[in-house]
Design a protein around this ligand. Structure first.
Ligand code: NAP
Length: 218
C-alpha cells in the first residue's frame, strides 16, 4: 500500500485526498493547526486516512503533496521529505501572496524556489490548473476522446513519471512542461490559464504551453 503525505488540507489537499483514497492509496493529512482540526475530514475519508502533525505526515509518506502557498520563510519538513518525490500544487498569486521579485523578474519560478526549500527532495509541479471540485467532474477514461490533460514540471524524470501515472489513474492525460525553470508556461496569466476552469485536451494544452509569453502575474 502506498501512503501519500498531504501537507495542507484545504480545498486542494482535501480533494486530492478524496481522489487518492478513491484510487486505493492511504493518506496522512496535516495542516498548520494540528490533527485535531481534521477529524471531520478523516471520518469522511474512512479507514485509509489519518491526520498527523506536518513532520509525521511527511515521515509517513512514500511521496508527498504540498497543498499550500509558497512562503520564503516557510518551515518545511526538509529531513522527513529527503529523497522523496514532492508534488507542489502552489500557484503564486501576487494579490494573495505578495510580490516575490525573483519570480516577477523571470529569474526563477515559484517551483524552483520551493525546490530550493527542499533541496533533498524531488519537487514536481502538479495539479496546479484544475479547480479542486473539477478533479472528479472532469475525470475521463483513457479511451474517451474528450479526456482532458494536465501539465507537469520537474527537474526529476522519475517525479514526472509518478505524476503521469497518477494523472492517468485519476482520469487525465499529461503534458510534460519540464524542467521547473519552464513551469512559468502553465502559470496564472498565461495562454493556457484562460482555460483552467474548463480544462483543455492534450493537443490544445501543448499548443498553449508552447505559445506562452511572460507577463505580469495576477
Ligand atoms: N483551490 C483550488 O482549486 C486550487 C487549484 C489548484 C492549485 N491551487 C493552489 O494550491 C494551493 C492551496 O490552495 P487551497 O485552495 O487548497 O488553499 P486553502 O483552502 O487555503 O488551504 C490551504 C491549506 O494549507 C494548510 N497550510 C497552510 N500553511 C501550512 C503549513 N505551513 N503546513 C501545513 N499546512 C499548511 C492550511 O491549514 P490551516 O487551515 O490549518 O492553516 C490549509 O489546510 C495554493 O497555492 C493554490 O494557489 C488551488
Amino acid at each position: 500500500m502506498t501512503t501519500i503525505g498531504i501537507l495542507g488540507a484545504g480545498e486542494v489537499g482535501s480533494q486530492l485526498a478524496r481522489a487518492a483514497v478513491a484510487h486505493g492509496y492511504d493518506v496522512v493529512l496535516a495542516n498548520s493547526r494540528g490533527p485535531q482540526t481534521l477529524s471531520g475530514l478523516v471520518a469522511e475519508l474512512g479507514p485509509s486516512a489519518q491526520a498527523a502533525q506536518v513532520a509525521e505526515a511527511a515521515e509517513a509518506a512514500d511521496f508527498a503533496i504540498i497543498a499550500f502557498p509558497y512562503r520564503p520563510d516557510g518551515d518545511l519538513p526538509v529531513e522527513e521529505l529527503a529523497g522523496k518525490i514532492v508534488l507542489d500544487t502552489n500557484n503564486y498569486m501576487a494579490w494573495r501572496d505578495g510580490h516575490y521579485p525573483a519570480v516577477d523578474s523571470g529569474e526563477k519560478t515559484e517551483h524552483e524556489l520551493r525546490q530550493e526549500q527542499l533541496p533533498k527532495s524531488k519537487l514536481v509541479k502538479a495539479f496546479t490548473h484544475i479547480q479542486a471540485p473539477n478533479l472528479f467532474r472532469y475525470a475521463r477514461s483513457a479511451d474517451d476522446p474528450a479526456r482532458l490533460a494536465l501539465a507537469v514540471s520537474s527537474d526529476h524524470p522519475e517525479a514526472v513519471e509518478l505524476v503521469t501515472r497518477l494523472y492517468d489513474a485519476f482520469g487525465f492525460d499529461t503534458v510534460d512542461n519540464s524542467p521547473l525553470s519552464e513551469s512559468w508556461r502553465s502559470a496564472p496569466g498565461t495562454a493556457m490559464w484562460r482555460f483552467h476552469d474548463t480544462g483543455q485536451r492534450r493537443e490544445d494544452l501543448v499548443r498553449d504551453v508552447e505559445r506562452a509569453r511572460r507577463g505580469p502575474r495576477p
